[in-house]
Design a protein around this ligand. Structure first.
Ligand code: AMP
Length: 462
């Protein structure tokens, strides 16, 4: 008997097969479909559930973000989670980490290559062109919220499914718009009572960037061997990304390279000076960070990030858990076939912001206490309680029920747990006499009142 069970256990155990590691993607266990197995459903690696107990953080943060954005004239837009994979290749850039390694892309049933969105701006640019949004008064201010997908190595602050709140201002080249989106973002963090610091840089335009690339390559020429293989390839394809490399050697040597901020053309330099002057005008502190390059190809001119400020966090750690990041993308819409449309945007990482709120001990206000609890005894009373609950809701009385529980003791325990001030008790007798008991949970005093007058009676007491 024991033997038999053992054999069954072995058969039921999922076979482990190792996937060949591809481009740094970690090896994963896969269950062989040929073996009879007990299926244990689990969220995919790097993806997680957001449980009810955490929702108050999400609601609070999103409500604040949307409220402030609306005050600045932003309107909501929703875009699909799936897009043609080519959209991201063309906008984010084929040599970026996101497109090279991290895109959740696959062929659909018609053989078309589609991708789960790894970021929002490309989709918004597509929607702007496709829906003729350039015909609306410009600049157009849009906000959106949703989940993004990147096949990264999951770690603290880095998931494969995460959520962003995005702001985009399309149709203005003015530096005042860069400043305004930064000020608005600063206000969001202020409202959430989060300590952050603004990092800012300019990546110039294609013109000055090309000139700069020549200078950079010249400076790197004799130090190429010190760079990691990825950075050596980046040199020809996307040299700015060298400043983003986490390898120790690359980081050390990159401090000897020239920065783009010192090679800006006059137009880009003046633009950047104006952005900074506007921030000075409003006394917004910033850190001019010449190493801030951002991970997407479409950025031009101003780029910025908001890093958390907390005792014990090193500069590297702050950069790693950057709470929000954005910049100008003046060429993006035209590169997708739209009219020349200068634009600027920012993306706030919700998971990181909520985590940071917990670290900085910022809790959302407690939800309003439920003052009234509706309890029932017996089947007839349960039926009447179902209706009474609806009636009380219609009268905007903050009431909770537990129609799924039959024991009065259990119902009263729950009422106690949620801190209800009054419990309404509806039993068989009460239903037939059209009455109801109001129990004051603090004093224990019970009163019998007319069921038809319950709203009035409650209002007197609340
Ligand atoms: P990005 O789109 O890469 O510029 O990121 C903007 C913001 O999104 C970051 O500052 C983070 O707060 C958040 N973010 C980006 N990638 C992830 C990720 N893999 N997991 C969690 N949050 C992320």
């Amino acid at each position: 008997m024991v033997k038999k069970r053992k054999i069954k256990k072995i058969i039921d155990r999922p076979k482990k097969k190792q996937l060949k590691s591809k481009k740094g993607i970690e090896e994963e266990e896969v269950k062989s479909s040929t073996v009879k197995e007990k299926f244990v459903p689990q969220a995919l690696r790097g993806m997680r559930d957001i449980l009810p107990e955490e929702q108050r953080y999400w609601e609070y943060v999103l409500e604040k973000m949307a409220k402030i954005s609306k005050l600045y004239g932003f309107e909501k837009i929703d875009i699909p989670v799936l897009e043609d994979a080519a959209l991201f290749r063309r906008t984010i850039g084929i040599t970026t980490d996101i497109v090279e390694k991290e895109m959740f892309s696959f062929s659909d049933k018609s053989g078309r290559e589609i991708a789960l969105r790894p970021e929002m701006t490309a989709g918004i640019a597509r929607a702007y062109i496709e829906n003729g949004l350039s015909n609306l008064p410009q600049p157009l201010k849009l906000y959106t919220f949703g989940s993004l997908f990147r096949y990264e190595k999951p770690q603290s602050g880095r998931q494969r499914e995460f959520h962003q709140f995005n702001l985009e201002i399309l149709g203005s080249a003015s530096p005042v718009i860069d400043s305004q989106i930064i000020i608005l973002s600063q206000n969001i963090f202020k409202e959430l009572k989060l300590e952050t610091e603004l990092q800012i840089n300019s990546l110039g335009c294609p013109l000055c960037r090309n000139e700069y690339k020549k200078k950079l390559l010249e400076s790197v020429r004799y130090k190429k061997k010190l760079l990691c293989p990825t950075c050596q390839t980046r040199l020809t394809k996307n040299p700015l990304r060298i400043f983003d490399c986490k390898e120790k050697n690359c980081r050390e040597v990159s401090y000897t390279f020239p920065y783009i901020i010192d090679s800006l053309c006059d137009v880009c330099k003046n633009h950047f000076i104006k952005v900074l002057e506007n921030l000075d005008e409003l006394q917004i502190p910033y850190n001019l960070n010449p190493r801030l390059v951002r991970g997407l190809d479409y950025y031009t001119k101003t780029v910025f990030e908001f890093w958390p400020v907390r005792a014990g966090l090193s500069e590297d750690e702050k950069a790693k858990i950057s709470l929000a990041g954005g910049g100008r993308y003046d060429e993006l819409i035209q590169s997708l076939g739209g009219k020349p449309t200068p634009a600027v945007g920012i993306a706030f990482g919700l998971e990181r912001i909520i985590e940071e709120m917990k670290m900085q001990k910022q809790t959302p206000p407690k939800p309003k206490k439920t003052l009234v609890f509706l309890a029932h005894i017996g089947e007839a009373a349960k039926k009447r309680a179902l209706r009474l609950f609806e009636e009380l809701k219609e009268e905007k009385i903050n009431v909770k029920e537990s129609l799924g529980k039959d024991s009065l003791k259990a119902q009263l325990e729950l009422a106690n747990k949620i801190g209800a001030k009054f419990v309404l008790i509806l039993g068989q007798d009460e239903v037939s006499h059209r009455t109801i008991i109001i129990r004051n949970m603090e004093t224990g005093i019970q009163e019998i009142v007319d069921l038809d007058k319950i709203v009035k009676e409650l209002r007197k007491r609340l």
